[in-house]
Structures are given as C-alpha cells and as structure tokens.
Write a new protein. Structure first.
Length: 95
C-alpha cells in the first residue's frame, strides 16, 4: 500500500510500486486491472530476470475532493499465483 497523504486538486498524484524477482524464472507483467477510470498506469514491459527489479507507476486524477482509495490487480506470467493487489490512497484538498 502507498498512502500519498494530502494532495491538491490541481496536482496529479503519482506513486511508484517497486518489485523484485526472487523466483527462479523470468518475471513479466501479463495484465493490470484497474477499479476506476481515474487511474492510469505505466509499468515495466520487459522481462525481469532473477534479482532484478521492476516498477508500476500509478497516476490518479485528482478530480474529486476528499479521501480516495483505489486498488490495482497485477497479473504476472506465473499463472500458478493469484494476482497481486496494490492499494493506492490519499486525500484530495482544494488547496
């Protein structure tokens, strides 16, 4: 979970989730599912070798004043494991 705290309506909210491949085979993101159209993501497109790190950048459109909490489901190339759930939250203020 990343809590970005208080942000203003005029600024975009961005968070970076980092992950490390600790498995024995290459790791890649197969799909990312969002629960809101207010979120955009950019993530590592290349295969992540053992010991290397990847990222998922989350961009939230601060269009509503108040608390927000959004989830992102990340599906990796290993179908034996369930998706990873990421949580992104904060509070949007007028100023």
């Amino acid at each position: 979970m990343i809590d970005i705290g208080h942000v203003t309506k005029e600024n975009k909210s961005v968070a970076r989730f980092k992950f490390k491949n600790v498995g024995k085979s290459e790791l890649s993101i197969k799909e990312v599912k969002l629960d809101c159209h207010c979120i955009k993501v950019n993530y590592s497109k290349e295969k992540i070798e053992f010991g290397q790190t990847g990222f998922i950048d989350v961009f939230y459109d601060n269009h509503k004043i108040g608390f927000f909490e959004q989830t992102i489901n990340v599906y990796f190339n290993n179908d034996d494991n369930p998706p990873v759930l990421l949580l992104f939250r904060g509070i949007v203020a007028n100023e």
